[in-house]
Design a protein around this ligand. Structure first.
Ligand code: PEP
Ligand code: MG
Length: 839
């Protein structure tokens, strides 16, 4: 027996009863809060999880006693589920339990024949379907109570139960058993419920929303005080006179409006005092429950009853506005508003999304590599994408995989789809930087580049020019134009992020390669640039040819001449970055990719290059071949290029220094050396960069202030961080390459088997998306500890794609990192995630 009710495991919901969410579920607790606030809630009992479980196992409660304790005159109750989390499902609510021939007679007297008949008829059918699990067709064509009872009896070989207590016992047992069924279990486990999640039930005395019109207004409805889609204050909901439960919400019933409306009658006009009371109750709930609630109510002969209240369902952007409004009104602290918004949901606010309510046809699936959604016409080459953009046509670029040569085409597209590749493949990284939706690894689709077609497993086909919607948030390719929800970067968004910044204790920088990206980083208030991949600057119109000239140069002086042309261009880029970031730190990485990535791959490209450089085609093909490597990711790239072809890094260092000297206020650039594996590499490059700085000092009379650091991207660099620390003031962990090299897992090919690996539980997650804190993480730990031991002032950071992932940020923060750097569009998520960790 629990305190105040004579039935074990059954507690009457009173202000002082011991009702707890982990024992009775959230609905029971919420009802108790409403009772405590003095709201007119009908008498309600809560059955705890253990009691419901034992009912499911066959134990019988004293239901006659329970009904007698409610209202012996009119034993009618409703039963609703009450789970620890509202989205874990549970059986549907059942109303009017206790309807029998006898209660029907009684009801006829209090609410009239027609209303009593309607309630009884509906109850017989609901009971038959939900509790006796009969087929709805048995009632086809039957409308009278007698006929319905006969159909019930014919199907079950027993009469419709005439004992309210027996009905209640069967309802409780049926609901308890349904909770243990496979479907319910799978559904809730998919939503994160533990295997032993309990079900509580709430038994509430029925209040009749149907009644004698002579005795005043009767009806039922739901009301809420904010808009679920946008989150702004607005009274919405529906009310239906002479109704019960959530009938008013059925699409095909002509319910009343709540507020005055030109289109028809409203509750406000029909029963102004009820409408006013509802508003008062709503305001009390908001203030005291510290949440926007949807209230379910019944009006019975002019009296208002509050049956239930639920947290208002809300879109990501509404959630954000509601949290900010509650904090602005002083109802919750600002830090709590920050905590109420899951960092990843900000992505839904920042990018257009496919409207989940809309209808559309999914053509194929792949890995969701960059969030957002966009509609455009299919193109199959970067050149076609550029021509589409020139015609101001929106296009989705489809490639087997992308290479740096596709970057201009990617800029010209609204979305990118690749058949191969994983979460850190070229396509994924570039798309995230550009803020474009991207789906990679769509390996069930067949791409025919010659025919320009895309064929699905079932043989259906799309061709160049067809309209598709690419959903980079869910990894879907949708045929045609799916309905989209537009992004909202409103004042509430900014306010919330400013509150987040007051809490966090790790900096968030952005990976920006171009001034356009730096502007995005600035808009999202990044603390600086943590990685500028300079190679992307060379793919812009006009620069590629000079870059190729440099690569083709036979002698160092020819190479220098080509680099001379690139110098002013780079200088201007860096100056623009420094200016946009206005004094915030900017970390520039020297050239990283193998040179052949700048060269054409097909005959047509080689022909036009031969023409541009005035060389025979054979010279071009030979040079391309000579630069081709068996395993370019482990070949001549990064610092190896810097050691072997020193002129490139020298030009870049000069461009950086000259840009810094020309910027006001003066900046101290950070220069970062990629793919280091040995201290000696750093010593050599450091000496060359120092020589450039000295030369500039001699030329200009001004000294340049800069920091030199190392990207830790090879396992050896992490292990030798102690000695590398002698010649670096910062270490930035490039976890894309570090993951690739620690696992021996190709970034560009892992997409082929990653879903099988994750599906079969070989890896818990794709390690290119979720930092592998065990293996790669141990290298981070070792590198950080050895680096800091040798140089206590060492700045530590992470700049791989993991930088925007909340769990990876938590890991870096635990290791005492100074900052993480992520793609600019993920900066808001990272700022929120960092704040959550610090609160
Ligand atoms: C890395 O390897 O983690 C990194 C940031 O560099 P990139 O992705 O350009 O190789
Ligand atoms: Mg790298």
């Amino acid at each position: 027996m629990q305190h105040n009710h004579p039935f074990p495991g059954v507690t009457e919901i009173t202000p002082t009863a011991n009702i707890r969410v982990p024992v009775h579920g959230g609905r029971a607790k919420c009802l108790q809060r409403l009772v405590r606030l003095g709201l007119p809630v009908p008498r309600t009992l809560a059955l705890n999880f253990d009691t419901v479980a034992s009912v499911g196992a066959g134990e019988r409660l004293d239901c006659a006693g329970i009904l007698a304790a409610m209202d012996p005159e009119m034993p009618l109750v409703s039963v609703r589920p009450s789970t620890a989390q509202p989205d874990w499902g549970g059986p549907s609510t059942l109303l009017n339990i206790g309807m029998t021939d006898r209660t029907h007679d009684l009801l006829q007297r209090s609410i009239g024949v027609q209303a009593a008949d309607a309630i009884y008829a509906r109850f017989i059918q609901a009971y038959a379907l939900q509790i006796s699990r009969l087929d709805p067709h048995i009632f086809d064509g039957q409308t009278t109570i007698r006929a319905l009872q006969k159909a019930y009896e014919a199907a079950l070989d027993e009469p419709f139960p005439q004992d309210p207590a027996l009905q209640l016992a069967d309802v409780l047992k049926s609901m308890a058993r349904a909770w243990d069924g496979t479907t319910a279990r799978l559904l809730r486990e998919a939503r994160g419920a533990p295997a032993d999640a309990g079900l509580g039930l709430v038994v509430q005395q029925m209040v009749m929303g149907v009644g004698d019109p002579e005795r005043g207004e009767s009806g039922s409805g739901v009301i809420q005080f904010v808009n679920s889609a946008e989150g702004q204050p607005q009274i919405t909901g529906r009310y239906l006179n002479q109704s019960q439960g959530r009938e008013a919400l059925l699409k095909d019933v002509p319910a009343l409006y709540l507020t005055r409306d030109k289109r028809g009658p409203s509750l406000e006009e029909r029963a102004p005092e009820i409408f006013e009371a509802l508003q008062d109750h709503g305001a009390i709930c908001r203030q005291r429950l510290r949440e926007e609630m949807q209230i379910e109510f019944t009006v019975s002969h002019g009296t208002l009853h509050i049956l239930d209240a639920l947290r208002v369902k809300r879109s990501a952007r509404a959630a954000l506005r509601i949290a900010v409004a509650l904090a602005t009104d002083g109802i919750i602290p600002e830090a709590e508003a920050v905590l109420r918004i899951a960092p990843r949901t900000l992505l839904d606010v920042l990018h257009p999304q496919v409207d989940p309510e809309g209808t559309f046809e999914v053509f194929g699936k792949g890995i969701a590599a960059s969030p957002g959604a966009a509609t455009g016409r299919l193109v199959f080459t970067a050149a076609d994408a550029q021509s589409a953009a020139a015609r101001e046509e929106r296009c989705v670029l489809v490639r087997r995989e992308t290479t740096p040569g596709d970057v201009l085409g990617m800029h010209a597209s609204v979305g990118i789809l690749t058949q191969r590749g994983g979460a850190t493949s070229h396509a994924a990284v570039i798309a995230r930087g550009l803020g474009l939706p991207c789906v990679v690894g769509a390996n069930t689709l067949h791409i025919d580049l010659r025919e320009k077609t895309l064929t699905a497993d079932d043989g259906t086909q799309l061709k160049a020019g067809d309209l598709v919607t690419l959903d980079g948030s869910a990894g879907r390719i949708i045929r045609g134009a799916a309905p989209l929800l537009e992004p909202a970067m409103d004042p509430a968004f900014r306010t919330l992020l400013n509150w987040a910044d007051e809490q966090r204790d790790i900096s968030i920088r952005a990976n920006c390669d171009t001034p356009a990206e730096a502007r995005v980083a600035d808009r999202f208030q990044a603390d600086g640039i943590g990685l500028c991949r300079t190679e992307h600057m060379f793919f812009e119109e006009g620069r590629l040819t000079v870059m190729r000239e440099m690569i083709f140069a036979a002698r160092p002086e020819d190479r220098r001449a080509a680099l001379e042309q690139l110098l002013p261009v780079q200088r201007a880029d860096f100056k623009e970055l420094f200016t946009i970031m206005a004094g915030r730190p900017v970390c520039i990485r020297l050239l990283d990719p193998p040179l052949h990535e700048f060269l054409p791959t097909d005959r047509a490209g080689m022909l036009s290059l031969a023409a541009a450089l005035d060389l025979p085609l054979s010279a071009v093909t030979e040079r391309v071949q000579s630069l081709t490597e068996v395993n370019p990711m482990l070949g001549m790239r990064g610092v190896r290029l810097g050691i072997a072809v020193p002129e490139i890094y020298e030009m870049q260092a000069r461009a950086i220094f000259e840009a810094a000297l020309a910027t006001e206020p003066r900046v101290a650039p950070e220069i970062m050396i990629p793919l280091v594996s040995a201290k000696r590499e750093v010593e050599i490059v450091r000496a060359r960069i120092a020589a450039v700085a000295d030369a500039i000092e001699v030329e200009t009379g001004q000294s340049v202030d800069y920091a030199l650091g190392v990207m830790v991207e090879t396992p050896r660099a992490a292990l030798r961080a102690g000695e590398i620390a002698d010649c670096a003031t910062f270490l930035s962990f490039g976890t894309n390459d570090l993951t690739q090299m620690t696992y021996g897992l190709s970034r560009d090919d892992a997409g082929r088997f990653m879903s099988a690996y994750v599906g079969q539980g070989v890896f818990p997650d794709d390690p290119f998306l979720q930092l592998d804190t065990d293996g790669v993480g141990e290298l981070l730990e070792i590198g950080a500890a050895r680096g800091r031991a040798a140089r206590p002032s060492m700045t530590l950071s992470l700049c791989g794609e993991h930088g925007g992932d909340p769990d990876s940020i938590a890991f870096c923060r635990r290791l005492g990192f100074d900052y993480v750097s992520c793609s600019p569009f993920r900066v808001p998520v990272a700022r929120m995630a960092a704040a959550h960790l610090a609160i």
